[in-house]
Design a protein. Structure first.
Ligand code: SF4
Ligand code: SF4
Length: 248
């Protein structure tokens, strides 16, 4: 399983892969005893905006309500982008909040990380998507499958285009936010973060398709970031002018 320190980039996993990529026609195998421990004590079940929207649609609740009730929110140390992950419930043995009677209560809307396990996804800036087998230390019945069949079983191909778009958006935003944070005052940085949360996770209607809303939110975000940049520039000019006045 992945460590918390590997979580970043809007919940994408950021780490150096040490195992080979697998073709969709290639086979893989892993052992599973069906103990359910992969739904317990996990701090690394990270959600994309699409994952949150799917859960919100399943529960018929606004995404922000779902996030408040079931997730932990933070800002990625490296990416400086929002990171949302499922919050284990301490009073219930540190289980995932959706683990009910040893079953996933949101099985048909489970996060990508859960649907893929023990596979993981790698997406490049150019949008090519590959899969690999995460190292596991589980024992039990050996399960063997072709990658393509395993993905199809969990409906991954149907959501792949959205996951690729999400990853590309996060990678592009990471560069943009890094540049803004280099010149913004803390008050503007906090506003950037609020805008990112809204555009990527919260400003969504669970009854409408996700992708058009993401694109619409990105256009709005673009305009809002431009506005903040202009505000920061005006403040810089005023600050320079006041320094010049006091120097005279
Ligand atoms: S993958 Fe491992 S932790 Fe998860 S149910 Fe199977 S044996 Fe248990
Ligand atoms: S969302 Fe479902 S599959 Fe994923 S950790 Fe929680 S209970 Fe397990």
């Amino acid at each position: 399983m992945l460590k918390q320190s590997q979580l970043d980039l809007c919940g994408r996993v950021d780490f150096t892969r040490e195992v080979p990529l697998l073709g969709r026609d290639e086979g893989f195998s892993f052992a599973c005893a069906g103990c359910g421990d992969c739904c317990r004590g996990r701090e690394d079940i990270v959600l994309s905006g699409f994952d949150l929207w799917r859960i919100a649609a399943r529960l018929r609740l606004p995404p922000r309500t779902v996030a408040r009730a079931f997730c932990k929110a933070s800002i990625g140390v490296v990416s400086r982008l929002p990171v949302l992950r499922l919050a284990p419930v301490r009073e219930e043995g540190n289980n995932c909040p959706f683990l009910t009677h040893s079953r996933c209560a949101i099985h048909d809307a489970e996060p990508l990380v859960c649907a893929l396990y023990p596979l993981a996804q790698e997406i490049t800036k150019e949008g090519s998507v590959s899969y690999f087998l995460q190292p596991t230390s589980c024992g039990g019945q050996v399960i063997s499958a072709k990658v393509g069949d395993y993905l199809a079983r969990y409906d991954i191909p149907a959501r792949e285009a959205t996951d690729v778009r999400w990853a590309q958006v996060c990678m592009a935003l990471e560069d943009r936010v890094e540049a803004l944070e280099a010149v913004f005052e803390p008050v503007f940085i906090r506003r950037v973060q609020q805008k990112l949360w809204q555009a990527l996770y919260y400003r969504y209607d669970f009854a409408a398709p996700f992708l058009p809303q993401l694109e619409e939110n990105l256009r709005g975000l673009d305009a809002e970031l431009e506005k903040l940049s202009a505000l920061q520039k005006r403040r810089n000019v005023r600050f320079r002018e006041s320094i010049e006045k006091t120097d005279k």
